[in-house]
Design a binder for this molecule. Structure first.
Ligand SMILES: [Zn+2]
Length: 279
């Protein structure tokens, strides 16, 4: 398991051998200080959690570290990297050098280092953190330009229906199911293997960061790719060796889906909850 050290032991044995070194996750989300539907003002919270705690403890509020609050009233989504820069600088120091820390149990001082394992977000913030826009066609950050998404005939909205049976094992019964997915269609195609961290890094290396290119998207955006920037997380020297860099918070997305359905059914006049505060 990653949190017990698996890939860390292989890639960074000097880091993994010290159990007091900290494994962190970064959670970013909107919140509206003036109530759930007060859409005139929204903030960003950036929270770090530590996987050194047991699974029952690491997501408890008392062990979550509110690292920064990015004030509103509106937020430039692509430019979250500018706000994250001081945090990334501290993470770099924590990785390369560490900080002198007192171990109360052993009564000794040691250099504590830290690694950022991944981010945990809803789909919208996933796009901001990873740099691959998750909106519209080609919004799936796994399928990328090989997406099978299509536009609905009348509403013209992007639809991802039946795009991901290709990831099932070759003999999975769903692949032969002609009734529950697209009518009369079996899925024989095998999905392309996921790009490795090195492969993705090579792709984004040619693009500018939001500091270098604050106003323009990389050439080809929307046509051949959905990269909006070279994400600041690539500054972390270990980022390309992680198997998973960005995670989706499923409970959060479930709430957004529920809000959408509920507001539609009740004919409530609110903006799309997936584009606003998550809590
Ligand atoms: Zn996909």
């Amino acid at each position: 398991m990653l949190r017990r050290g698996g890939i860390l032991i292989k890639s960074y044995p000097d880091f993994a051998v010290e159990p007091r070194n900290v494994r962190l996750a970064l959670c970013t989300d909107w919140f509206a200080p003036h109530g759930q539907y007060g859409r005139t003002y929204s903030c960003w919270s950036v929270i770090l959690t530590s996987y050194n705690f047991s699974l029952g403890m690491c997501m408890k509020p008392e062990y979550m570290f509110l690292t920064m609050v990015i004030p509103g009233p509106s937020n430039s989504k692509r430019c979250i990297d500018v706000y994250l820069e001081p945090l990334i600088k501290e993470l770099l120091q924590l990785w390369h050098v560490g900080v002198l820390t007192h171990d109360h149990a052993m009564n000794q001082a040691f250099m504590m280092r830290a690694i950022l394992m991944w981010t945990v977000n809803d789909l919208l913030v996933y796009g901001m953190a990873s740099g691959w826009s998750t909106a519209g066609i080609m919004g799936c950050p796994v399928c990328m330009e090989n997406t099978q998404a299509f536009r609905l005939q009348h509403g013209r909205k992007a639809c991802y229906f039946d795009c991901h049976r290709q990831f099932l094992s070759h003999d999975h019964p769903y692949r032969r199911n002609k009734r529950s997915f697209t009518k009369n269609r079996q899925k024989r195609k095998i999905a392309r293997p996921r790009l490795t961290g090195d492969e993705i890094h090579r792709r984004v290396e040619q693009y500018g960061t939001v500091v270098e290119e604050p106003l323009t998207y990389p050439p080809g955006y929307g046509n051949v790719h959905k990269w909006t920037k070279k994400s600041i997380f690539w500054d972390l020297p270990y980022w390309n060796t992680h198997l998973i860099r960005h995670n989706l918070d499923v409970m959060h997305i479930e709430k957004n889906v529920f809000d959408n359905i509920f507001n539609t059914v009740m004919d409530m006049d609110v903006a799309d909850p997936t584009s606003g505060p998550g809590h």
